[in-house]
Design a protein around this ligand. Structure first.
Ligand SMILES: NC(=O)c1ccc[n+]([C@@H]2O[C@H](COP(=O)([O-])OP(=O)(O)OC[C@H]3O[C@@H](n4cnc5c(N)ncnc54)[C@H](O)[C@@H]3O)[C@@H](O)[C@H]2O)c1
Length: 372
């Protein structure tokens, strides 16, 4: 029988049960796992290792943490595997996903099955528990669609909204949902299911609608993670393909700040459950693709060669999060500026490259530029 959550979630640090991170071998997941393990909190990762390169994150986590890490290699589409993992844990961070708009256009069914059905599997497993663990999931700015009604002007080499208020604050959670692209639809479906399981079944849940996250352990081997991708191409002295005019803008958030936000969401779950929050670097950390090329030139001494191709489906010309709702609720704010974060990631990737063989051309070409 389905349990309805009534009491507070088991979030005290004395709870010996692990925290489940689906997709925990990935970029965001590995960073959260590292933080939790560093705080002596046991972690269970469920990941099918479908993203090329993420096994390196697992190897790194195992090197860093001799105890506390448990790994299940499984697919979120496997409801039995998901149920077995969920029954052991105190808290769930659900990150496993098909993460690329481009891939979702090629195979929308697989995208749906991983992102929508995979999330339903997690929710069903949680709600079947006598004491359902709280869940935080990572949704996307793509749930707000193309923002075609937001009037834009060109300001130098980036788009900016005509409205002074939108320019100053970004896009808030009051923005109507408008799922765009199969990826936007599958992530949006997951976002709304999680929201509704809080409403219908009393699950404790928080949804993060994230803009562009970047940082260490982001390898850039899929159509997502353009900041890391540009830096890698520059380090490898290879040209970059820009889709569109390169003036599209995102607010970027360094992954350490995102991990802080996850921990605050977990801590304030009882008060914030049932809500969605726009999480990103906000108006203070805004950058266009062309701006990033300039910063790379300053860091690397040379501007990477670029070529241009047409706009890609679902690529917003401007998206900047308004993170004030989460800030006001928890006191969180990003601490790493775009400038600091880009330099940190550049240095980390340079060290990584110094100790490895370059990634294959094929995997890097695919990655091109996809602001998430
Ligand atoms: N990085 C960003 O800028 C960004 C922005 C918005 C939303 N998100 C969301 O944040 C989450 C984490 O993103 P990320 O950047 O760490 O991506 P990532 O690709 O590095 O991590 C995703 C992980 O999920 C795993 N995975 C994929 N399909 C799976 C499946 N069927 N079963 C089990 N595991 C599976 C992959 O192997 C990978 O380790 C995703 O849900 C993504 O949609 C990320």
């Amino acid at each position: 029988m389905r349990a309805i959550a009534t009491g507070p979630g088991a979030t005290g640090t004395a709870d010996p049960r692990p925290t489940l991170i689906t997709g925990g071998a990935g970029f965001v997941g590995a960073n959260l796992a590292h933080r939790l393990l560093s705080q002596q909190r046991p972690v269970l990762i469920l990941d099918n290792l479908s993203r090329p390169g993420v096994e390196r994150n697992l190897a790194w986590l195992r090197e860093q943490h001799v105890t506390g890490l448990d790994v299940t290699i499984a697919d979120v589409r496997d409801r039995n595997a998901v149920a077995r993992a969920v029954e052991r844990v105190r808290q769930v961070f659900h990150f496993a996903a098909q993460v690329a708009v481009t891939t979702s256009l090629v195979d929308p069914r697989e995208d749906f099955e991983i992102n929508a059905l995979g999330t339903l599997n997690v929710l069903e497993a949680i709600s079947a528990q006598p004491e359902p663990p709280p869940i935080v999931i990572t949704s996307t700015n793509k749930v707000y669609g193309g923002l075609e009604d937001v009037g834009l002007r060109l300001q130098g080499q980036h788009y900016a909204p005509e409205s002074a208020a939108t320019f100053a604050h970004g896009i808030s959670e009051t923005r109507p949902l408008d799922f765009h692209s199969p990826y936007g639809c599958s992530k949006g479906t997951a976002d709304q299911y999680v929201h509704d399981y809080a409403r219908s079944y009393g699950l404790k849940s928080i949804v993060f609608r994230m803009s562009c996250i970047y940082g260490q352990r982001q390898f850039g081997t899929e159509d997502q993670g353009w900041v890391a991708h540009f830096l890698l191409r520059a380090i490898d002295k290879k040209p970059i393909t820009l889709f569109g005019d390169g003036k599209q803008v995102r607010d970027i958030l360094y992954v350490d700040d995102l991990v802080d936000a996850f921990l605050l969401a977990e801590r304030h779950m009882d008060r914030l459950s049932g809500q969605a929050f726009n999480i990103g670097g906000g108006p203070g950390n805004v950058i266009s693709l062309l701006d990033l090329l300039e910063r790379i030139e300053r860091l690397d001494g040379k501007r990477p060669a670029v070529s241009f191709e047409g706009w890609r489906t679902g690529d917003q010309r401007w998206y900047v999060s308004d993170p004030r709702r989460f800030q006001q609720a928890t006191g969180w704010s990003p601490r790493v500026t775009a400038e600091q974060g880009i330099e940190r990631l550049y240095n980390w990737l340079r060290e990584l490259r110094a100790g490895e063989q370059p990634l294959s051309n094929a995997s890097q070409e695919q990655h091109a530029c996809a602001p998430a």
